[in-house]
Design a protein around this ligand. Structure first.
Ligand code: ADP
Ligand code: MG
Ligand code: MG
Length: 499
């Protein structure tokens, strides 16, 4: 019957649309017609696949799951099927990745710009202030970072009304999920291969994702540039890390594909075991360190005592390649994002006019709280804005009526505190029905997606060795939640279905 012949599926055009030649129209994202038995079968297969292929995280219900690998693993939360995304927007995001890599490098070289842009934030934000102190110290001793490694992720949402792909933020430290993000794309490709005929989907519309390989290759190339065959790569980790398998994907790749060893150390361990030799070599527990890869150190909670700050300073003083260096780290702050969006600022750092135009096109509205007019507007219409402090890792932003309250409070308390925050245009992505799989159960809900494009950059003096786009990460969250990262339990790992 005709209802059977025209199933409306998440990732395919309906048969009816094909007949009508409606290839330009949006695929219908109606999951209601998906047969429940089929969904259950796919969920079962996906759970088995995840367990067999390392799409796992530590289970928060198991005590040692954040410290001992192989203990208390649970599948990472994932979307059952990839999310439909317009190919032209995907291409745009890919195209700007190397330009953003270059921008970070250029901005990081301008110590004065970083210090001045953050000078007022420094007075009201103790964490940013400590980072800036380390940066100042490096400027004072004229510390040269000849080999520079950036492993970034630029995040975007597709604004429904304007159809613009707008940047949420650019992460320069501890960008997560290059490992599991790659695996989830493979999961989706496997499901599409096995169920594609039932679904009317084409597996080739889900691009394979080589983020884990690209990042480990960039790390390996940095290791080669450092040119000490005995040295290792050190990943700086939190004492408990339930997302350790994401990191282990990189260390495993490094060993298997490049024969480079990666050791794991906490900031406290680095403080205890670290020393710098007269030639600048960082030794930790007797290992010479070629590259320091930070998967910790981005949040105040990563510095519970002076020991961690000592460790950060020690690392910065050393000749090891820091991913990121303190200046790359600061370049990724929200305040700098907002400064870069001001008129004529990109021009200071990038020469090519077309490149500048491409970057600017994906900037959302970004304002300092010193802009009294915009603050008035935001008090009036708070739901059109997001208020952001200088923090990373999710869960720190202010939304809705809280924006109004916070702005009114700041207005009373005086101007100083303004510099701790930025205001950003709120982006409203299209929501669509999605199957979210968590803890072995599948729920259907309305969800929105955020696309992250990884970028790797490696330069030794004048020689740019790597400047590339390095895979992607799609994260999908229930639309009723403002934020909520994957770890926080609202978002799931996802991939793309390009149309
Ligand atoms: P963090 O560095 O903590 O990840 P983000 O700027 O990425 O900070 O904000 C966290 C989350 O908040 C994003 O993943 C996104 O879901 C949401 N968000 C941030 N900025 C906006 C915005 N302008 N419009 C809509 N949602 C946003
Ligand atoms: Mg961030
Ligand atoms: Mg973010």
């Amino acid at each position: 019957d005709s209802a059977r012949k025209t199933p409306t599926l998440k990732c395919g055009r309906t048969a009816q649309m094909e007949i009508e030649g409606g290839s330009d129209s949006k695929p219908i994202l109606d999951l209601h017609s998906l047969d429940d038995n089929l969904v259950q079968k796919m969920v079962y297969d996906a759970l088995v696949w995840s367990s067999l292929h390392g799409l796992v995280v530590g289970d928060r219900n198991v005590q040692r799951s954040g410290t001992v690998p192989g203990v208390g693993m649970v599948h990472a939360p994932f979307a059952l099927l990839p999310t439909v995304f317009p190919e032209n927007q995907w291409k745009l995001a890919c195209e700007v990745a190397p330009i953003f890599n270059e921008l970070v490098d250029r901005v990081s070289l301008d110590g004065k710009f970083l210090q001045e842009s953050l000078s007022r934030t420094k007075k009201v934000d103790a964490f940013t202030s400590r980072l800036l102190d380390i940066h100042s110290k490096m400027l004072e001793i004229n510390k040269k970072e000849e080999i520079r490694l950036g492993l970034h992720r630029s995040d975007y949402m597709l604004d429904e009304k304007t159809k613009l792909l707008l940047q949420i933020e650019l992460n320069t430290i501890s960008t997560s999920f290059p490992g599991l993000g790659s695996v989830v794309s493979e999961l989706h490709r496997s499901l599409l291969k096995n169920y594609g005929e039932h679904l009317g989907c084409d597996v080739n519309c889900t691009p394979s994702n080589d983020a884990a390989n690209r990042f480990s290759e960039a790390l390996a190339k940095a290791w080669i540039e450092y040119n000490n065959p005995k040295a290792v790569i050190m990943v700086v980790v939190q004492p408990e890390e339930r997302n350790m398998y994401d990191q282990h994907w990189l260390s495993f790749n490094l060993k298997e594909r490049h024969n480079v060893t990666m050791i794991r150390k906490t900031m406290a361990e680095i403080d205890k075991e670290g020393e710098i030799q007269p030639d600048g070599t960082l030794l930790v527990g007797g290992h010479a360190i070629a590259v320091i890869y930070f998967r910790a150190g981005y949040a105040p909670t990563d510095y519970p005592s002076e020991a961690e700050w000592r460790a950060r300073l020690l690392m910065e003083h050393s000749s090891a390649i820091k991913c990121p260096s303190i200046s790359y780290h600061l370049t990724g702050t929200k305040k700098i994002q907002q400064e870069l969006a001001k008129p004529n600022v990109l021009e200071k750092f990038i020469d090519n006019k077309e490149d500048i135009a491409k970057l600017r096109k994906c900037f959302a509205g970004l304002w300092s709280l010193d802009d009294a007019d915009i603050v008035d507007t935001a008090i009036e219409k708070p739901h059109l804005f997001v208020m952001k402090p200088q923090r990373e890792g999710g869960g720190n932003n202010i939304y809705g009526d809280d924006v109004r309250e916070a702005l009114l409070r700041l207005r009373k308390d005086g101007k100083e505190q303004n510099a701790a925050y930025i205001l950003m245009q709120r982006i409203f992505p299209t929501d669509s029905a999605t199957f979210l799989v968590r803890d072995g159960s599948c729920h259907k809900d309305h969800a929105v997606s955020e696309l992250g494009i990884y970028g790797a950059y490696l330069r030794n003096k004048d020689k740019v060795i790597v400047n590339e786009r390095s895979g992607y990460l799609m994260r999908t969250k229930v639309s009723s939640s403002n934020e909520g990262g994957v770890a926080a339990g609202f978002a799931v790992l996802d991939s793309l279905y390009l149309t």
